[in-house]
Design a protein around this ligand. Structure first.
Ligand code: ZN
Ligand code: ZN
Length: 304
């Protein structure tokens, strides 16, 4: 697709304000929360999500970027200064909201040390339980970065009845196949583990595996469709939807080939290719690839 040349964004105040801590006005401190892809006229566009004192925002990686980050790390939720490797401070990790979010990783009720049911949720928050933990979940198998990955997502997200496709595309999927709906989050978590074990499919792709894919120009692998269908049929889980996201943000340029950059050292240039968390920027004829997953917890001062 053509990228409108008039759309441009510069975030360049971090380097200057770094010299004096008294200039770190909390009003303009923005802490990156991560990235995701959003649909724009049928095209998946990578967005950067950030948190500031007022709330959460996001911007598309359209046009020229000049992202400079502070060396200090801040909590992605409350912007307290962090010293450890986590993206969030201890207080926030123990807060009710983040315990609820951790249920999605650890299992319902686990972060609360209590049993969780749809009628009596461990978090004591019935609307949350109804909307997140005890709603339709999807199981999906995708071809990403030369691997076959299994994952789960809520079916409805962002007011979209097939919101789970946003999750699939944010991971950089080529071919994908989705099953379900499964009746709740716990069922989805358990089914994901079982499918992953039974068919030896990975549940996560490391940064190194993504670099490897780009560096050696590896091809996508075809999905083991028949094998997966046999497994899901056995479990009584219906096929819901399938497709292929072949077209990402333009095609990978042959020359010059990108070198790998570290996000915290800054990102400068125009986006020329991206897939999942990997984004390639061009600046003065040089191409640099970054892993957008490394954005979380980095902060900048100035208007986004
Ligand atoms: Zn915090
Ligand atoms: Zn819950």
């Amino acid at each position: 697709m053509e990228i409108p040349s008039t759309v441009s964004r510069t975030i360049d105040s971090g380097a200057k304000t770094q010299q004096s801590s008294s200039r770190l006005c909390p009003q303009t401190l923005s802490t990156m929360k991560g990235y995701d892809y959003r649909w724009f006229y049928g095209h998946p566009i990578p967005f950067v999500r950030y948190q500031d004192r007022v709330g959460e925002g996001a911007f598309p990686l359209f046009g020229y970027q000049n992202l400079r980050f502070l060396s200090t790390k801040y909590c992605t939720n409350c912007q307290a200064i962090l010293t450890g490797p986590d993206d969030m401070c201890g207080d926030c990790r123990e807060s009710p909201l983040f315990r609820r979010l951790r249920c999605i990783l650890d299992g319902p009720g686990v972060p609360f040390g209590k049993q969780c049911t749809g009628d009596n949720p461990a978090c004591d928050l019935q609307p949350w339980a109804d909307a997140i933990c005890y709603t339709d979940w999807m199981l999906y198998v995708v071809s990403v970065f030369g691997l076959v990955k299994v994952g789960i997502s809520r079916r409805e997200k962002g007011n979209c009845s097939v919101g789970f496709t946003q999750r699939i595309i944010s991971q950089g999927a080529g071919e994908w196949i989705a099953f379900g709906p499964l009746r709740d989050m716990e069922t989805a978590q358990r089914t994901e583990d079982e499918l992953s074990n039974d068919l030896s499919l990975t549940q996560r792709v490391t940064s190194a595996e993504k670099w490897n894919y780009i560096n050696y120009g590896k091809e996508d692998v075809p999905l083991p469709r028949e094998e997966v269908l046999r497994w899901t049929e056995n479990q009584g889980i219906p096929l819901y939807m399938e497709g292929s996201f072949a077209e990402y943000f333009t095609s990978m340029p042959d020359n010059p080939y990108p070198v790998f950059g570290t996000v915290k050292d800054g990102v400068q240039g125009s986006l020329c290719w991206s897939r999942g968390s990997i984004a390639v920027f061009e600046h003065n004829g040089n191409r640099t690839a970054y892993d957008l997953a490394e954005l979380a917890g980095l902060s900048t001062v100035g208007g986004l």
